[in-house]
Design a protein around this ligand. Structure first.
Ligand code: FAD
Length: 477
């Protein structure tokens, strides 16, 4: 009776042996936040406003020793465990009900090694934390396109961004990681050390342990690059898409462009008479000689009158944060993905139809151009499987009101379900996973069994479950 009206966090806390939390706190250097604490409401919130979970303990780690303590505590007390990197995975797996959150937000240190041309990044850093430091040296590593997202989630599941076609996925640029495995041990994994673990960490989506530090290769980038961002009328979609596909067939690696269908936002950068109308837009960048940028993008511009052209030279760090405001904390989100071997007419038609029927004008259907350096790495070289697919289709449902949840989630889910009926579409990307409703095998293709073997070896009790990745053979569902 005592637990009636209590949250899952309060109930789990009450069920722990007396003194357990106190002795955990005594050894913990960071902050331990419990349901009764004033910061609890704030620290249990993540980017996706759809997620409303009540953990028993939020362990805001100060360093690797804190992570070890939290992992050991979860295992010893049989508590569910969630790991929070940047807190931006749409499925909300950074937080759990009635368990412990290993919150790495305060572990966001970044250190560039100029001689080795590498960067060390702690497990809770955001993309902005990294670009800010690396750009001081005129260097960068491939990351995603919104600066507030977490390096950890992005990298552990792949990592596509402006630099990907030139330098590979974020995970392709990893030299080594430090990881706390389920037994509480700290291991270093690289090509030479714990190579099997290193294989699984690169694509396994956090299934094998908590990564406390990443070491990435760096490349010379910027500081000034050319941003390509242009909006066109929806009626021109078919013609523009034809040109886009021709362009992607032999685009230089220094350039990358994503095409999406959307509604024109009611922002001052756009003519007022166009606000709310269906549109097709292209967003990308060119990092070669800036004098060549107009020539590089001309084929994409010719023949259609733009609604707005927001292109121009800018600092790479600004390019990496130019979309931040479009994805505020607390809005409601459902994003889902499927890979494409080809963009057939049916795909283009699907994009246009779903944009017209979207319950929210904030939603988009995105076509990512992949390939390049990503496709040059053999598919069994890391746990990340879908390297051979030149495109990815994602449905981004973005809306404001809880009353509209069902309609918006159904829109994204139906869009991917319809796409999956097309012969050109298959698989899914762990960083745009819907609510993790699909089988993990879809992400890992022929790498699945090897990853399950590793999971069984390193995490037989599935302590790091709940993130949509593989389960060990021994786990009982
Ligand atoms: P979190 O929600 O903190 O973590 C997600 C899961 O990752 C956790 O449940 C845990 O299992 C695991 N995890 C997190 N940290 C660790 C760790 N240190 N060790 C072990 N496991 C860990 N993706 C792209 O590829 N390219 C893009 O351009 C891109 N743009 C995006 C823009 C926005 C606005 C958003 C919200 C997402 C975007 N994404 C993009 C997807 C993004 O990569 C994923 O949401 C990613 O999972 C976010 O990482 P995170 O650390 O913030 O995740």
């Amino acid at each position: 009776m005592a637990s009636v009206g209590k949250s899952p966090g309060e109930k789990a806390l009450a069920s722990l042996p007396g003194g357990a939390v106190r002795s955990f706190e005594a050894d913990f250097f960071g902050d331990v936040v419990l349901p009764a604490d004033p910061e609890y409401e704030e620290v249990r919130r993540i980017w996706n406003g759809m997620i409303d979970r009540y953990p028993a303990i939020v362990a805001r780690c100060d360093g690797t020793a804190d992570v070890v303590a939290a992992v050991n505590f979860a295992r010893e007390h049989d508590l569910p465990l969630a790991v929070r990197g940047g807190g931006h995975n749409v499925a909300g797996t950074a937080i759990c009900d009635g368990g412990i959150v290993v919150d790495l937000s305060a572990m966001n240190g970044v250190r560039v090694d100029r001689e080795k041309q590498t960067v060390r990044v702690e497990g809770g850093a955001t993309l902005g934390d990294v670009d800010r430091e690396t750009q001081l040296f005129g260097l960068a590593t491939p990351l995603g396109a919104v600066s507030e997202t977490g390096v950890a989630g992005l990298t552990l599941n792949g990592g596509y961004g402006h630099l990907t076609r030139q330098y590979g996925l974020a995970l392709d640029n990893l030299r080594s990681v430090d990881v706390v495995t389920a037994d509480g041990r700290v291991r270093t994994a690289s090509a030479d050390r714990n190579a099997d673990l290193f294989w699984g960490i690169r694509g396994g989506g956090g299934a094998l342990g908590v990564v406390t530090s990443f070491e990435f290769d760096l490349h010379e980038v910027g500081p000034e690059v050319y941003a390509f961002f242009e909006w066109f009328h929806g009626d021109d979609t078919a013609a523009l898409m034809e040109r886009y596909l021709e362009w992607t067939a032999d685009a230089p690696r220094e350039a990358g462009v994503l095409a999406f269908t959307a509604h024109v936002p009611d922002l001052e950068e756009f003519p007022e008479e166009s606000w709310g109308e269906p549109a097709m837009a292209m967003l990308g960048s060119y990092r070669g000689d800036l004098a060549d940028a107009d020539d590089v993008f001309r084929p994409l511009r010719d023949g259609a009158t733009p609604i707005a052209d927001l292109s121009g030279p800018m600092d790479y760090a600004d390019l990496q944060s130019m979309l931040d405001e479009d994805y505020p904390d607390g809005l409601r989100y459902y994003w889902k993905s499927i890979f494409l071997t080809k963009v057939s007419d049916e795909v283009v038609d699907l994009m246009r139809r779903y944009t017209e029927s979207a319950p929210s004008a904030l939603s988009t259907v995105d076509l990512w151009h992949l390939g390049g350096a990503v496709a040059e790495v053999p598919r069994d070289a890391t746990a990340f499987w879908h390297r051979d697919k030149p495109y990815m289709l994602t449905f981004e449902a973005n809306w404001e009101e809880p009353a509209d949840d069902e309609a918006n989630v159904a829109w994204g889910r139906d869009g991917i379900a319809d796409a999956s009926d097309l012969p050109v579409a298959s698989g899914s990307y762990g960083n745009f996973p819907g609510m993790n409703e699909d089988p993990a095998k879809r992400r890992f293709g022929d790498n699945y069994e090897r990853l399950v073997d590793l999971k069984t070896e390193y995490d037989p009790e599935n302590l790091f479950g709940g993130n949509g990745s593989v389960a060990p053979r021994t786990a009982v569902d």
